[in-house]
Design a protein around this ligand. Structure first.
Ligand SMILES: Cc1cc2nc3c(=O)[nH]c(=O)nc-3n(C[C@H](O)[C@H](O)[C@H](O)COP(=O)(O)OP(=O)(O)OC[C@H]3O[C@@H](n4cnc5c(N)ncnc54)[C@H](O)[C@@H]3O)c2cc1C
Length: 401
């Protein structure tokens, strides 16, 4: 299925192939690959350079983008935060842009790995800012049970002792990341994308000219996730460790769950807090008869070599069961896999801007716990910025080829 993109100048119609601008993307996670596909759709030539690519092989070392719970969430997401109102507004635009794309992709769900399912978001505070744009689409209902009494708690079998005071539900895209990442890869390949393994070190601004010559590109888009700490020299980038426990959802231990549930993280925790947040939990049904049980928000923790015996994971498992009591039927032996991922977080906000020193490097990193949610929206903005930059410097890029 081809994504419908807004009408843009078609470089392929006006320039010979040799003169079509080439963009180099660093990173093959969801951020890099969605940018690659949108740029290819607009007629650019694209090279994706990464030290690791998503693997079709089960049990291979996974990218963060493959470990993502990959539920679309309205900002601030359940484990997210924003520096100010402007950044929150910008995030909402990306979010809605992605929503539209994901809903379209869900029309070919088996192929793309994108499904749209009922999702319930629970909060320990009253929620003022509900996804109003979804409301307009008649897809949101603010759950009255939490506004007035405990009606919803009875409906969903969620334990009222978890301190929940508010909730909303809507149809949300949920992405089977293994299928989605392979779909992105195939779409890009079909459109002529070049993929290169390379492990880049050092500041991009110091080597931009060298890289552009090596990869015959006019511009570099930095989608390197956590590595932006080094490549962009950005000390605000830090890992936010998360964990997912994979269990079966085939109806054998409890009635099969078809909708997702999340309890929001406590939002006033400082970025550099060492305190472990086990209160943030989510339950996500995937499409292969599996449930992904998650959470943990552990800032500045790099080690991914954890097991079920790690006390915070054990506590998280208990919290999930406490929140949704039918899960008490699951024991340790039912946990098929423990997935540990490092969300590429950034103090303040996502960095989607031109490098202040090197004007041919565009940064797109720091998506924290919402990279899948923001992916298509950020990719659209990257395309617009690339279009604008190349149009402005038309003579330069043509003469360099
Ligand atoms: C447990 C967990 C649950 C999550 N749940 C959700 C969710 O429900 N919804 C949601 O929207 N998001 C969720 N996220 C967040 C989401 O996974 C991330 O925001 C997203 O994957 C970030 O994508 P990325 O492409 O920036 O990074 P990555 O997936 O890490 O990709 C980075 C790419 O850059 C490459 N790279 C890195 N360094 C170099 C280098 N030096 N040279 C060359 N290439 C390099 C890597 O090889 C890789 O290809 C979750 C994350 C975790 C860990």
């Amino acid at each position: 299925m081809d994504l419908q993109l807004p009408a843009m100048p078609s470089y392929s119609k006006t320039l010979t192939r040799r003169r079509i601008p080439r963009v180099m993307i660093i990173g093959a996670g969801v951020i890099g690959m969605t940018c690659a596909l949108q740029l290819l759709e607009r007629g650019y030539r694209v090279t994706v350079v990464a030290k690791e690519f998503a693997s079709p092989v089960l049990n291979a070392q996974r990218l963060t983008s493959e470990i993502a719970g990959a539920l679309w969430e309205w900002p601030p997401a359940v484990c997210g935060r924003h520096a100010d109102e402007d950044s929150l507004e910008r995030a909402k635009v990306w979010c809605m842009d992605s929503y539209a794309k994901f809903v379209e992709m869900a029309m070919s769900a088996e192929e793309t790995g994108v499904f749209v399912k009922q999702s319930v978001f629970y909060f320990r505070d009253r929620v003022e800012d509900i996804p109003f744009q979804l409301d307009k689409m008649n897809e949101l209902s603010h759950l009255p049970g939490f506004q007035h009494d405990d009606g919803l708690i009875e409906q969903t079998a969620v334990n009222s002792a978890c301190g929940i005071v508010d909730a909303y539900q809507h149809m949300a895209p949920m992405i089977d990341t293994a299928v989605f990442m392979q779909w992105l890869y195939k779409q890009c390949r079909k459109k002529g994308c070049r993929f290169v393994h390379d492990d880049i070190h050092g500041l991009l601004r110091d080597q931009a000219e060298e890289l552009k010559i090596k990869y015959k590109s006019q511009l570099i888009v930095n989608c390197s996730g956590l590595s932006a700490k080094e490549l962009a020299g950005d000390e605000d980038v830090y890992p936010s460790r998360g964990v997912i426990l994979k269990v079966r959802n085939d109806g054998s231990l409890m009635p099969k769950l078809t909708h997702s549930m999340c309890i929001s993280a406590i939002n006033d925790k400082p970025h550099d807090s060492k305190q472990i947040d086990e209160d943030f939990v989510y339950i996500l049904p995937r499409n292969d008869d599996k449930l992904w049980l998650g959470g943990l928000v552990q800032p500045n923790q790099w080690d991914r070599d954890l097991t079920l015996s790690y006390p915070p994971i054990r506590t998280m498992f208990d919290k999930v069961k406490e929140f949704y009591p039918p899960l008490r039927n699951y024991g340790d032996e039912d946990v098929e896999e423990v997935l540990v991922g490092l969300r590429p977080a950034r103090k303040g906000d996502i960095c989607l801007e031109w490098d202040p020193v090197s004007p041919s490097v565009l940064h797109n990193y720091g998506h924290g716990g919402s990279g899948v949610t923001f992916s298509w929206g950020c990719a659209s903005e990257v395309c617009a910025m690339v279009d604008h930059a190349l149009k402005r410097h038309k003579l330069i890029y043509v003469s360099r080829l």
